[in-house]
Design a protein around this ligand. Structure first.
Ligand SMILES: Cc1ncc(COP(=O)(O)O)c(C=O)c1O
Length: 386
């Protein structure tokens, strides 16, 4: 199959890890940037430096608009969502703070928090999910103590696709004068993310998933209620005289040369982005898959997926096969790419009863077709044993 001039001989259903293929406008923009303009941004004043600086700024402005951020300087360019979460957590927490997170978290929230708790720097409450697969906002309210400083959670489970009640949680955080950090790894580019309406103080997001940018692009919104210590200190191009990191955003949190080629691709990606259309398309594909396997008891959808309450991520178990074997068979015999295992989210698998083998995760993208989903469904039927 050919798509936008690119040859495809794989059915790629691992877009929750990183989206592929990237639209042609993205690869064209990156090539053009690398060939014509790839200077170090705003460092030198020559035309290539200025051109690279323009790209960095354009992306900042477009991301700010997307998330209803009034001041683009509050958008920090990061290398991925993990980077953004580390900058947010390590920059905001202080000795003695109490933090609330949930069983749903990805290791990029879980591990830094657990390490800080193990070192005795913070105390940590990890809330259970209810039967419906999401955290009840009342349990969040009930976990707040006088020492609580931060609520950190994800928007969409990267295992079940279930959308969390983050507007309610953000409201609770604001009521109690706490910081609210949202991990929007699986929602940006398909769901509305509005930092004002959701009372978000810190928004961590990847740009290489549904925002369709290249790998090694991500971002962090830092709201006016949050003050972060820099996690990475170093050169900022302008303002070189001070002995320590400048106070102003974004330079305070952006030491070092950014991924300008990636940002050139992201700049082009954001121009053609249509999150509501992407959501409709990708949800319809997963509904089609659910329907196609619904009469086969050997194929189980984990976590009660439904289009009204889930983003386009679905977990499956294939009768008689470990998830690693099932994914290997799909890859080798059917050229279908899915992701097996725990998806960096061990606590939710413990809660779902799918630890340690995990699940097969299916995540379609903007270019996935109904025929490809039908091929997956028939491959699953062919493979399933019991
Ligand atoms: C919910 C969630 N948070 C964080 C991340 C980390 O994202 P990145 O790979 O951009 O660091 C992921 C990646 O899959 C994710 O699904």
């Amino acid at each position: 199959m050919r798509l936008n001039g690119m040859k495809r001989d794989v059915i790629y259903l691992d877009n929750a890890a990183t989206s592929w293929p990237k639209p042609k406008r993205v690869t064209d923009a990156m090539t053009r940037f690398l060939v014509e303009e790839a200077g170090s941004p705003n460092r030198a004043g020559h035309r290539m430096s200025v051109a690279a600086g323009r790209v960095v700024q354009n992306v900042r402005v477009k991301l700010a608009r997307l998330f209803n951020v009034d001041d683009p300087r509050r958008i920090i360019h990061c290398f991925n969502c993990t980077d953004a979460l580390n900058i947010a957590l390590k920059g905001s927490l202080r000795e003695g703070d109490h933090v609330i997170c949930t069983e749903l978290e990805h290791n990029s929230i879980s591990r830094p928090l657990q390490a800080m708790a193990n070192a005795g720097v913070i105390t940590l409450t990890r809330l259970p999910i209810g039967d419906q697969g999401f955290v009840d906002p009342d349990t969040v309210r009930g976990a707040i103590t006088p020492a609580t400083r931060l609520i950190a959670t994800l928007h969409v489970s990267n295992v079940t696709g279930i959308i969390q009640p983050v507007t309610e949680i953000g409201h609770i955080a604001r009521e109690h004068d706490l910081l609210f950090l949202l991990d929007a790894a699986q929602s940006v580019g398909v769901l509305d993310v509005d930092v004002v309406a959701m009372n978000i103080d810190l928004l961590a997001f990847p740009c290489h998933k549904s925002l369709l940018g290249p790998t090694c692009t991500g971002g962090l919104y830092v709201g006016p209620r949050a003050t972060l210590r820099p996690f990475r200190e170093g050169g900022t191009g302008a303002d070189s005289a001070p002995a320590t990191q400048p106070e102003e955003l974004p330079t305070r949190l952006e030491g070092g040369t950014p991924n300008t080629a990636g940002l050139a691709g992201l700049d082009a990606a954001l121009d053609g982005l249509d999150p509501s259309q992407a959501l409709i398309h990708e949800r319809q594909l997963l509904e089609r898959l659910a329907e196609a396997v619904s009469d086969d008891r050997r194929i189980q959808i984990v976590g009660d997926w439904s289009p009204s309450r889930c983003a386009p991520v679905m977990s499956l178990l294939i009768g008689g096969l470990s998830t690693v074997d099932a994914a290997a068979i799909l890859d080798e015999s059917f050229r279908i790419a899915v992701r097996p295992g725990l998806h960096c989210a061990p606590y939710i698998h413990r809660a779902l009863g799918t630890f340690p083998d995990g699940t097969i995760r299916v995540s379609p993208g903007w270019s996935t077709t109904a025929e490809e989903i039908d091929q997956l469904a028939s491959a699953l039927r062919e493979m399933a044993i019991a």
